[in-house]
Ligand binder design. Structure first.
Ligand SMILES: [Mn+2]
Length: 411
């Protein structure tokens, strides 16, 4: 039995706006939070000890993190080198520089020949010797069109056609890897991708529509004993029958407020040929709290607001206060008292919203709660703008071209 620690979407160095400078260290407290959480993952890898660590991609917010952020990441993973624990670092979309043309931030670990470290920046199979025997890891990094197709092949194709072609190409290449597998050795597919039946987390806010998705049938195959995913920040198992488990461990820290209610953690797997027992291990991460109050109908907006704040213990918490009020109520809010009430929070933002502005006529079809394809949204918008009537065609054409160029590369 081979014991594995599977973590993903570290994104260390992001969310600084939710922190503050720690006067003792000069560092942003959110960097310290992320380092602390990552160190808890590594602690667990060492204390078990696990036989291999697999990382599902997206190490930093982008491919060119500041040197002190890179160092924070490296000093945690260095502990695995010292403990002789083999580690696979998969390349996610955020790790690619210029859509991959500029390489990947994680490639430096291969260049330096860090003992036991494997970087997955191509679709290939790595045969890795662990203390408890051999394991095969197929790495499937974030796909860009240029990896499997030439520009010529995609010219004139619609976004959906390009995605279809990319999926077909991938199937062939993956099949090639599968056929070369040793059937007696436990096998992991480690992939950074959007599966078509995944529940989305924060990454949806960074993507146009749902972007390029891959069918679950490509992943949930008996030749894989465990499918380790990265990309979606919300922890989930896509294959409830567990044959094999198809797991997003999710991000290890809250990247932003969209992850306010999500549990964060990593996954421990016990793997043998034909069998994978896994469990999600929650991490103690900083609390995020949205306090939302509608004061527009209140005679005592200040009192109601302070009362809403006082309901929570905000210590060590990242707070977002959103309140709605009418413009004529503005003078009734004493800002210094609001700041004082929020003073115990780790950090906070205040977003007053005027209801008169909120009541502005909107296009009901474009309501935030209904999901709509970007092209449909644009068409709906243009239909409601008589003044843009003459521009409808060129604008739709231009938007189509933009989406075709970028859709797959975005996330
Ligand atoms: Mn990603």
């Amino acid at each position: 039995m081979i014991k594995i620690l599977h973590l993903s979407d570290i994104h260390i160095g992001s969310g600084f706006s939710h922190g503050r400078i720690n006067p003792a260290t000069g560092l942003n407290t959110r960097l310290e939070d992320f380092v602390n959480t990552l160190s808890l993952c590594i602690d667990r890898a060492l204390s078990e000890p696990v036989d291999i660590v697999i990382f599902g991609g997206d190490a930093f917010p982008d491919a060119t993190p500041a040197p002190y952020v890179q160092e924070a990441f490296a000093s945690q993973f260095r502990r695995l080198v010292d403990a002789n624990i083999p580690t696979v670092l998969l390349v996610g979309n955020h790790d690619l520089h210029s859509q991959g043309v500029g390489g990947a931030s994680l490639n430096i670990y291969r260049t330096l020949g860090v003992p036991g470290f494997v970087v997955g920046d191509t679709l290939t199979t790595h045969s890795i010797q662990t203390r408890k025997g051999k394991v095969q890891v197929i790495t499937l990094p974030w796909l860009t069109r240029s990896m499997l197709m030439t520009r010529k092949e995609t010219a004139g194709l619609s976004m959906a056609e390009v995605n279809q072609l990319l999926t077909e190409r991938l199937e062939v290449v993956l099949e090639g890897e599968v056929r070369r597998l040793d059937p007696d050795v436990p096998t992991i597919l480690l992939a950074h991708l959007m599966a078509d039946n995944a529940t989305l987390g924060a990454e949806r806010l960074l993507a146009v529509g749902k972007g390029f998705t891959l069918p679950l049938s490509l992943l949930a195959r008996p030749c894989f004993d465990y499918v380790a995913l990265g990309h979606v920040h919300y922890h989930q198992n896509l294959n409830k029958s567990n044959d094999p488990p198809v797991i997003y461990p999710g991000s290890i820290e809250r990247v932003d407020f969209s992850e306010e209610k999500e549990e964060k953690g990593y996954v421990i797997v016990e793997l043998e040929k034909g069998k994978a027992d896994w469990k999600f291990c929650p991490l103690p991460v900083r609390t995020f709290r949205t306090i939302e109050v509608d004061l527009s109908k209140s005679d005592d907006p200040q009192g109601v607001l302070l009362k809403a704040i006082s309901k929570y213990n905000l210590e060590e918490t990242v707070v977002r206060l959103i309140y709605k009020l009418r413009s004529e109520q503005l003078d009734l809010i004493e800002n210094s008292l609001i700041h004082k009430a929020l003073g115990t929070a780790h950090s906070y933002t205040i977003q007053p919203e005027l209801v008169s502005q909120l009541a502005k006529p909107r296009i009901p079809e474009l309501n935030a709660s209904s999901s709509i394809d970007p092209m449909e949204a644009l068409k709906t918008y243009l239909n409601n703008r008589d003044d843009l009537k003459d521009l409808v065609e060129p604008m739709i054409e231009a938007a189509q071209t933009l989406l075709e160029d970028d859709e797959i590369l975005l996330s």
